[in-house]
Design a protein. Structure first.
Lengths: 74, 463
């Protein structure tokens, strides 16, 4: 089993447990769909952030540039 | 003479002041219209006829006594059922909130009442604003279609001539998508410009409250009342509110309008692309400089959006979701269930990506005054439709209605949506004007200039 497959299995197992904990009573198929959806989302977001420099500050550039005080990305 | 249900806010106000119309007469006419047609369109969750007529009578008495509360005095509006209204059930169109009767108004509703607006009732939303329709509301342009959502009741009611103004909320397009789908106007103000106190939360960091109307000019008096700092909403920005009416100069000479080369024209109906490019031509004819621009870093917008909105919504609903998950609709239950499972690391990465989106827009706004983009890549879907077929692929209704809109929720930028024609299927299409933070006035000015030169906003559906 590859590392990513193992990771995905762990994620599925964890998702199942958390689903029970939160009382969502999701069906098995639904859980599988949720896990697949979340995995795809996570990978897309990771792919996007990998393209950012590792020291990109979360919000400072935006606020400093336009002087807007808010907690949009805080 | 213009039918009462076709009056805009300015003309209704003029007639209320010259004595040719009373607020009671206007309210009665709209209530009559609602009575005749709302069985078909199902815009209203609850019509508050008695309190509306009482408020209209009080508004008439004040005007007669020389007390003028401003442009909204005596003007009937609809309120999205997400906004708390004292003594009136505010269900968010969810069984979870079926018995919720707030004791006080949301800040927005309180401000609208103080400005003399007449609240005709509560209008439909997707459950907790978490989706792009507003069941059971139908689109007045084609009653087999949804009005989009989540502010679908507001948009459909405006198009149907049930009220002259409305409140909406926009977390990933919920003001602009139904505006485009129903041929009406809406503005998602800058994040923090309008108080969300007393408005049910979908996503704390993405939610925006704002007004909707049939014309851009009619957005102005509503936004003027709604905008401003509110100590009860810590996300509101404590900065002066400009006079928005002064922005409506009808002049775009010297402005630079950017038309994105990337992202905002990906995968859309050809007639929507041509309609929005005709908007650019019209604004160019009016004196604006039209330039093509690239907005870097708009990859994976939908995933970034969902990785924030879902866990924030799940956090808001955590207690009631644990207690009674079955009281949510199937789609919202699934979205909240997934939201409970988004890893904190994914959420953090999405926030980092969001910061980069803000920076990308900031760079573009060094070159342009506003951006012009389509409101939606598609027209309103059929009621039972779950996907759009692009030939080589299918896209969910949710994704299609969110992807042009959610980038400005992530960046918190103001955006005004307005109609610009009809697709081949006869349904309305729309555009949006995106502005710099806090520059709602510029987006209104540009969209209003377009409306002064065209008449799409004057077309009315037959239903």
């Amino acid at each position: 089993m590859s590392e990513s497959e193992a990771s995905n299995r762990r994620h599925d197992a964890w998702a199942t447990e958390l689903a029970k904990f939160t009382g969502t009573e999701m069906k098995v198929a639904h859980r599988g769909h949720a896990a697949e959806f979340l995995r795809a989302n996570r990978e897309a977001v990771l792919a996007r952030t990998k393209a950012l420099s590792s020291d990109t500050p979360p919000a400072l550039h935006f606020d400093a540039r336009w002087g807007v005080r808010n907690d949009r990305t805080a | 003479m213009t039918e009462l249900h076709d009056l805009d806010i300015a003309n209704a106000g003029r007639r209320l002041r010259d004595g040719s119309l009373t607020s009671v007469k206007l309210t009665e006419a709209l209530l009559d219209r609602i009575g005749r047609y709302d069985d078909k369109l199902q815009v209203f969750v609850r019509v508050t006829s008695n309190s509306a007529l009482d408020a209209a009578a009080a508004a008439d008495r004040k005007l007669a006594a020389g007390v003028d509360l401003g442009p909204l005095h005596g003007i009937p509006i609809g309120v999205k059922d997400l906004y708390d209204t004292a003594g009136v059930p505010t269900t968010s169109c969810s069984r979870i909130r079926a018995d919720y009767v707030p004791s006080v108004d949301s800040t927005a509703v309180a401000k609208l009442r103080e400005a003399g607006a007449i609240i005709l009732g509560k209008v439909s939303t997707h459950e907790f604003a978490f989706g792009f329709d507003a069941p059971p509301t139908r689109n007045p342009w084609n009653t087999e279609c949804t009005p989009s959502g989540s502010s679908g009741g507001s948009a459909a009611g405006l198009a149907a001539g049930f009220f002259l103004g409305a409140t909406g909320s926009d977390t990933g397009g919920s003001i602009r998508a139904p505006s485009a789908a129903c041929g009406v106007c809406g503005i998602k103000p800058t994040y923090g410009r309008v108080s969300k106190h007393g408005v049910a939360v979908l996503s704390w960091s993405l939610d925006h409250a704002g007004p909707m109307a049939r014309t851009v000019a009619d957005l102005v008096p509503q936004l003027q009342v709604l905008a401003g700092h509110d100590h009860r909403d810590p996300t509101t920005i404590d900065v002066p509110v400009p006079n928005y009416a002064e922005a409506l100069t009808g002049d775009v000479g010297g402005l630079t309008i950017g038309v994105p080369r990337n992202y905002f024209f990906d995968k859309l109906l050809p007639e929507i692309e041509s309609g929005v490019r005709q908007v650019a031509d019209e604004l160019g004819s009016a004196g604006a400089r039209i330039v093509d621009v690239d907005i870097p870093g708009l990859d994976h917008m939908l995933e970034i959006f969902l990785s924030i909105v879902q866990p924030e919504a799940a956090a808001y609903h955590l207690q009631s979701f644990r207690r009674a998950p079955d009281r949510y609709g199937d789609d919202v239950r699934e979205l909240l269930g997934q939201g409970n499972l988004v890893a904190a690391t994914t959420y953090i990465h999405a926030l980092r990506a969001r910061a980069a989106v803000c920076q990308s827009f900031a760079q573009v706004f060094d070159q342009v005054d506003v951006l012009l983009a389509p409101g939606l890549p598609v027209t309103a879907p059929k009621v039972s439709q779950t996907e759009y077929d692009w030939g080589d692929s299918a896209e969910s209704v949710f994704a299609a209605h969110a992807r042009y809109n959610c980038p400005t929720n992530l960046a918190g930028l103001p955006s005004t949506s307005a109609p610009c024609g009809f697709a081949n299927n006869g349904l309305p299409i729309g555009f949006q004007i995106i502005g710099r933070p806090l520059d709602e006035a510029m987006t209104l000015r540009v969209a209003d200039t377009y409306q002064r030169r065209t008449d799409w906003h004057l077309r009315r559906p037959v239903f």
